[in-house]
Design a protein around this ligand. Structure first.
Ligand code: ATP
Ligand code: FE
Length: 430
């Protein structure tokens, strides 16, 4: 099966063609950054007009560069488009184009939830690490054609970007539960504001933005624990169980307070570079610990509810942070999935250990009821360019939904505000 995907929910005009055996035949992205950057943020009206100008040629290029052969556009089986959430007028441009194309070609239409697409991207790009390698030349990351999409459901998704801080469970195509969102700033904003507060040099246009510069700057820290007792870990464990919410405003204010105190105590009114590096490292450590605590809690909660979580998918710009990735690896490797474990035969001490996420070592493994071996919960990070907005994920989600029989009529409307948990309920907000 071949799908055309269209994405216009925000400030990038994107089209892509993807196959159900997980090949990306083409992907075209026209960014509008140059239009919005001088305005200090995304201007919906400018974005709307740019999408109207750019979408036809973006779609044309995606089709022409996909190598569809003689049949050309007729080779496309499914037309998928972002229906929401996003900027209303921008969504309208993509949806109208997709509906018209689908109707004219008499092809099925799939209106995609943008966040479902972010969550499912990993299933397009990840190779099941337990599959035998096909031949010596095939690289670790190449996805064998015909293999089942990986990760298998259910899995956790942590979306950490400039616009989102979300932890959710993907139960299946069309069914998600949001476990935590942020009460205030997103984690990306927290990194950006802190980088500014610490005067960290940032070259505009450099990949990763201020957050990546902060990560680099923090590597120079010689005493990363210098400020640890003055930096809070947000919403930290209370009575043994942490609240399932994120918050970064308090941590950011603590950084500001320390900077002001240091400046006031300095004869030249400046905070020297060593101290700034230490504070950057301290901030990064607390922000990452905050995320880790919630992920660990989620793994424990899911396990208690009998959910066999296979992996943690991390996406969004902040997912490039190496400290975040290695700390998540460490946590997830302490959890296992896939092996049926007779928890009823465990001692209460072992159950407690399991709840805390400690490794299920020999004792627990010896009590398995089946021969299926348990595997560690894996951390998966899709390639960075597919973690930001793109049409590849929309086309792929269109295929996943089509294969479940989830098509939409040609008269569907945009859904600018659309909680992900509403998918699968049959209810779409007005
Ligand atoms: P969204 O797509 O959710 O609307 P966005 O376009 O701002 O938001 P991304 O491009 O996914 O999101 O991420 C950008 C954010 O990621 C910025 O805040 C940037 O500072 C941060 N970031 C990028 N690399 C790193 C890193 N290595 N460490 C920490 N933060 C990082
Ligand atoms: Fe997005």
């Amino acid at each position: 099966l071949i799908a055309l995907g269209i994405e216009t929910s925000c400030d990038d005009t994107c089209a892509a063609i993807v196959t159900s055996d997980r090949q990306i035949l083409s992907e075209v992205l026209r960014t509008q950054h140059h239009l919005h950057e001088p305005m200090g943020g995304i201007v919906p009206k400018l974005a709307h007009h740019a999408h109207m100008r750019n979408l036809p040629s973006v779609v044309q290029e995606a089709i022409q560069s996909a190598g569809l052969g003689e049949r050309g556009i007729q080779a496309i089986d499914v037309i998928a488009v972002t229906r929401g959430p996003g900027l209303a007028h921008c969504l309208g441009v993509g949806l109208n184009a997709a509906k018209t194309l689908a109707a004219a070609l008499n092809k099925p239409l799939i209106g995609v939830h943008h966040m479902e697409a972010h969550a499912l991207t990993a299933r397009l790009t990840t190779r099941d690490p337990d599959l035998p390698t096909q031949d010596a030349s095939s690289s670790e990351s190449s996805v064998p054609i015909g293999s089942d999409p990986y990760p298998s459901f259910p899995f956790l998704t942590l979306l950490v970007s400039g616009g989102h801080t979300m932890l959710l469970v993907a139960h299946s195509v069309d069914r998600y539960t949001t476990l935590a969102t942020t009460l205030d700033d997103s984690i990306g904003e927290a990194f950006d504001k802190t980088a500014r507060e610490l005067d960290i040099p940032w070259l505009p246009g450099r990949a990763g933005g201020p957050g990546a510069s902060l990560e680099e700057f923090a590597k120079g820290s010689t005493d990363p624990e210098r400020y640890l007792n003055r930096l809070p870990i947000p919403l930290s464990l209370r009575s043994g169980k942490s609240e399932m919410k994120f918050s970064f405003a308090g941590l950011k204010s603590a950084v500001t307070r320390i900077v002001n105190q240091e400046k006031a105590g300095s004869p030249i009114g400046e905070m020297d570079e060593n101290k700034r590096q230490d504070l950057a490292a301290g901030f990064q450590n607390c922000a990452v610990t905050h995320l880790c605590q919630k992920v660990e809690q989620a793994l424990v909660d899911c396990h208690e509810q009998g959910m066999d979580i296979s992996s943690l998918v991390i996406s969004g710009g902040v997912g490039r942070n190496a400290t975040l990735r290695s700390r998540m690896d460490e946590i997830c490797s302490r959890f296992e999935h896939g092996g049926a474990i007779a928890t009823d035969k465990m001692s209460s001490k072992e159950k407690k250990k399991l709840k805390r996420g400690s490794s299920l070592n020999a004792t627990a493994a010896s009590k398995e009821t089946t021969t299926r071996a348990a595997r560690p919960v894996r951390v998966i990070c899709p390639p960075p360019k597919l973690c930001t907005d793109n049409a590849v994920m929309i086309a792929w989600t269109g295929l996943e939904r089509y294969q479940q029989g989830l098509t939409d009529p040609y008269d569907i409307d945009i859904v600018p505000k659309w909680p992900l948990d509403m998918l699968g309920t049959g209810i779409v907000p007005e």
